[in-house]
Design a protein around this ligand. Sequence first.
Ligand SMILES: NC(=O)c1ccc[n+]([C@@H]2O[C@H](COP(=O)([O-])OP(=O)(O)OC[C@H]3O[C@@H](n4cnc5c(N)ncnc54)[C@H](O)[C@@H]3O)[C@@H](O)[C@H]2O)c1
Length: 363
Amino acid sequence: MGRPLRIGIVGAGAISGAYLSTFERLDAVRLTAIADLDPVRAQAVADERGVRALAVDELLNDPEVDLVLNLTVPAAHAEIALKAIAAGKHVYGEKPLAATLEDALAVIEAGREAGVRVGCAPDTVLGTGVQTARKAIDDGRIGAPVAATATMVTPGHERWHPNPDFYYQPGGGPLLDMGPYYVTALVTLLGPVASVIGAASHTRGTRVIGSGPREGETVPVNVDTHVTGVLRHENGALSTLVMSFDAVATRAANIEVHGQTGSLIVPDPNGFHGEVRLHPLNGEWETLEPSAGYLDSARGYGLADLAAAPAGQPFRADGDLAYHVLDIMTSLLAAAEKDAALTVASTCKRPAAVPLQTAPQAA
Ligand SMILES: NC(=O)c1ccc[n+]([C@@H]2O[C@H](COP(=O)([O-])OP(=O)(O)OC[C@H]3O[C@@H](n4cnc5c(N)ncnc54)[C@H](O)[C@@H]3O)[C@@H](O)[C@H]2O)c1
């Protein structure tokens, strides 16, 4: 087994804890440094983990950092990634790849020119949930795929989030916030998307914060909060998407996939595991044993998967997939605005399936 990839984290906020705990059980990666605009946050993690707290620019140029793990807010994703690439580092970031498609393209192109790897969350699709469902499809257990549905509804994150403003501004909304999980799962299950139609609405011009010091304060709504659409996959399958901050509850499956000889229920793509259920044409619902995916995986396995891939070889949670997913989502919103079907300009390779296994090993 080779040397672990040395990781420097930029962004020591809420999600960083999930990565830090996963790193303890991954041989393919080793944390060496952390940085944040707020040095107190970085120092706290550094003390706890026995690594160095550095200024952001120091970390980006540090000789003991091979890859920059970008856990900043979406508005800073492209800036940090571009600086890291310019310093010759590989990058892996939280979703979305960038706040706009233009910025995301700049990151992809810079990475390609520099010959470094660009990876991006979500890596939830590498767990046993989506991968077991994918194996059922690839093994022909539902026959030729025909369609899928993906449903995410909530009455709104302002009920629990103390600072929910960004969910209701451009770049937020139910599709860009939760869509990366669902759309990445649909591309993993059914392949890339060729075109989209969309329709979207919003019911209220303001939202009321439901918790924390700002409870009772109203925040403006400047995005559509109920977004629906149809994705036409390159293989001809049609995925219907419902993403809503305007609905109370649902009993619909997070994702269903229908084929000519069977239907599948896929667990929550915002998690790594969960029950996969299959209904064959002549049979009843049955639960499938986990048969593919990284066992006991959690946030960070996509990064370990990148680290484990030999030089020059593909890895699964890559920038091309993240770019295509962002392109699908922004095209869908544009289609809703224009009331027209739109071609999705980009495509990507369907990432390789993950055979059932424990953690990725260092290359
Ligand atoms: N919080 C979650 O549950 C969650 C879940 C999945 C994905 N994510 C994603 O993770 C990312 C971070 O979310 P979070 O909830 O941890 O946010 P957060 O606000 O808690 O943390 C972000 C951190 O990045 C730092 N930062 C911001 N700009 C920076 C810059 N230019 N240079 C250096 N540091 C900078 C901030 O100081 C902060 O400490 C987002 O892209 C989000 O979509 C979050």
